[in-house]
Design a protein around this ligand. Structure first.
Ligand code: FAD
Length: 418
C-alpha cells in the first residue's frame, strides 16, 4: 500500500518506520528542510514513565488562575478570544476532576511503559544513536508537602509497574552529586531507575535517515495545504507543489493538525502550549549532571545530551504565535548556572521555543478516522518523546487491521473526540 505520512516530527518519522517494517511504500511530506525541525527539535529529552501524569489535575485550575495575575510563573495562561482556546479550556477543566485525572494518568503511564519497550525495539532494529542515558531520572520537590503529594501520586505509577524510590536530600546527592549547589532548594525527590533520556532530534533525524536509506521517500520543503476527499475516503494530498495520491494518509502534523482536518469535519481537541529550552555546550573540564530529571518547584527539566546540557521550562497558553521572550531565556540561563555551576559553557546559550500539541486529557489520539483510509497520530502534548514509538506501532497495527498489542482504550479517534 502507498501511505503518505504528513509531518516529519517524532510522530511522523516513527510512524514511517513502523509502516516501512510492515512492507508499505511510505512517503513523508514535511514543510521544513529536515526532520524534527519543530516541537521534536530541542525538547527536554526525558523518556519518563515515572512522570507520566496528565496535566489536567485537581490542582491545575488554581495554578492556571494564579498565572493570570503572575505572568512570570512557568505555567501561564494568556486569555484569548479564539473559540478553540475556550473549547479546549472547558474540556481541560472537565478532565481536572480527581477520578478523570487518575484515569488519564493511568492511560498515559501504561502507554509510556509500552512505548519505552518499543523504543528499545526500534533501537535494536535500527542501531540509531541519540546520546541516550539509561540510568534513571530524578524528580525533585521543593518542600515537604509537595514531596508527600508526589509520593502519594507515585502509587499510581507503581501500580502500573514503574519502579519509584523516595529519596531524602542526601540520597538525591548520592544519585547525582552534581546537584550539590541545588540541595538547599529541595526537600527530597523521587528516583525512577527505569526512566531514561536522550536527544529526540538526533533520534528522529537518524531514524529518518535509516528509513530513507531503505526506501522511505522524504520530501522536505513541501507544505501540505488540504486533503482531497469525498465522504468516505481521502483521494489525495494537496500540497504547494501539486497533488499526491495515496492509498492511505497519516496525519502527524503536531499542533498544526487541527487546521488541516477541520475542512473534513474533524474538530481535533488540540491546542498549542508553548515551551522553551536553552542548550549549552559542554567543554573539556566541565562537570555536567550525569543523569536527567525535573525540578518540580521551578517546573524545570534538565538533561545532558552528549556534549550539551539542556534546561527546559514554561507552559504558556498563548496560541500559535510561538514568541520566546528574552526574559524566559535569561531565567533559564540563570537557573542553569545556579543548579549546575561549572556544568557547561553558560556564556553560549542556544535558546529555542516550540508548541506542544496538547489534548485536554494529555493522551494522544491515534488510529483510523471516519474516512476509511485516513489515520491520525496526533496530540502527543508534553510526552511525545516518551510515547512516539508506542503510538507509531499502534498506528501501524491499525493500518494493517491488526488488534494493537497495547490497548487503544481512551486513545482511539472515535472515543477520544468522536
Ligand atoms: C519545551 C518542551 C519540552 C519537552 N520535553 C519533553 C520530554 O522531556 N519528554 C517527552 O516525552 N516529550 C517532551 N516534549 C513533547 C514532545 O517534544 C512533543 O510531544 C513531540 O515533539 C511532538 O511531536 P510531533 O511529531 O507530534 O510534532 P512536531 O515535532 O511538531 O512535528 C510535526 C511536523 O509537522 C510539520 N508540519 C506542520 N504543518 C505542516 C504542513 N502544513 N505541511 C507540511 N509539514 C507540516 C512540522 O514542520 C513538524 O515537523 C517537550 C515539548 C516541549 C515544547
Amino acid at each position: 500500500m502507498k501511505i503518505v505520512v504528513l509531518g516529519a516530527g517524532l510522530a511522523g518519522v516513527t510512524a514511517a518506520h513502523a509502516l516501512l517494517r510492515d512492507g508499505h511504500s511510505v512517503q513523508v511530506l514535511e514543510r521544513a528542510a529536515g526532520a524534527a525541525a519543530e516541537t521534536s527539535f530541542a525538547n527536554a529529552g526525558l523518556v519518563s514513565p515515572g512522570h507520566a501524569f496528565s496535566w489536567a489535575s485537581p490542582a491545575a485550575p488554581m495554578a492556571m488562575l494564579r498565572s493570570l495575575f503572575n505572568p512570570d510563573q512557568a505555567l501561564r495562561v494568556r486569555l484569548s478570544l479564539d473559540p478553540a482556546f475556550w473549547r479546549w479550556s472547558l474540556a481541560f477543566l472537565a478532565n481536572c476532576r480527581g477520578a478523570r485525572w487518575a484515569e488519564n494518568s493511568r492511560r498515559l503511564v501504561r502507554l509510556a511503559c509500552y512505548s519505552q519497550a518499543q523504543l528499545a525495539r526500534v533501537v535494536e532494529h535500527t542501531g540509531v544513536e541519540y546520546a541516550a542515558t539509561r540510568r534513571g531520572l530524578l524528580y525533585l520537590y521543593a518542600d515537604v508537602k509537595s514531596l508527600a503529594t508526589a509520593r502519594q501520586q507515585s502509587d499510581l505509577l507503581m501500580a502500573e509497574g514503574v519502579e519509584v524510590r523516595a529519596l531524602d536530600v542526601a540520597e538525591v546527592l548520592a544519585v547525582e552529586p552534581r546537584l550539590a549547589a541545588w540541595a538547599g532548594r529541595i526537600a527530597g525527590g523521587l528516583y525512577c531507575p527505569g526512566d531514561e533520556s536522550g536527544d529526540a532530534w538526533r533520534f528522529t533525524t537518524a531514524l529518518a535517515e535509516w528509513c530513507a536509506y531503505r526506501g522511505v521517500d522524504f520530501r522536505y520543503g513541501v507544505t501540505v495545504e488540504a486533503l482531497d476527499a469525498d465522504e468516505t475516503r481521502v483521494r489525495a494530498v494537496k500540497t504547494d507543489q501539486g497533488s499526491i495520491e495515496a492509498d492511505a494518509v497519516v496525519v502527524a502534523l503536531g499542533s498544526h493538525a487541527p487546521r488541516l482536518v477541520r475542512a473534513l469535519g474533524y474538530r481535533l481537541p488540540i491546542y498549542p502550549v508553548r515551551g522553551n529550552s536553552v542548550s549549552f555546550p559542554i567543554r573539556e573540564g566541565d562537570a555536567p549532571p550525569t543523569l536527567a530529571g525535573v525540578d518540580d518547584g521551578t517546573l524545570t527539566a534538565w538533561s545532558r545530551l552528549g556534549d550539551r546540557l539542556r534546561l527546559t521550562s514554561t507552559a504558556e497558553f498563548s496560541g500559535y504565535a510561538n514568541v520566546l521572550p528574552r526574559r524566559d531565556v535569561e531565567t533559564l540561563v540563570l537557573r542553569a548556572r545556579t543548579m549546575f555551576p561549572g556544568g557547561a559553557d553558560f556564556d553560549h546559550p542556544s535558546p529555542w521555543s516550540c508548541l506542544r500539541p496538547m489534548t485536554p486529557a494529555g493522551t494522544p489520539i491515534i488510529g483510523r478516522t471516519r474516512h476509511s483510509n485516513l489515520y491520525f497520530n496526533v496530540g502527543h502534548g508534553a510526552m511525545g518523546w516518551t510515547t512516539a514509538t508506542g503510538t507509531a506501532q499502534m498506528l501501524a497495527d491499525c493500518v494493517a487491521g491488526r488488534t494493537p498489542a497495547h490497548s487503544m482504550d481512551g486513545l482511539g479517534v472515535a472515543e477520544t473526540f468522536g
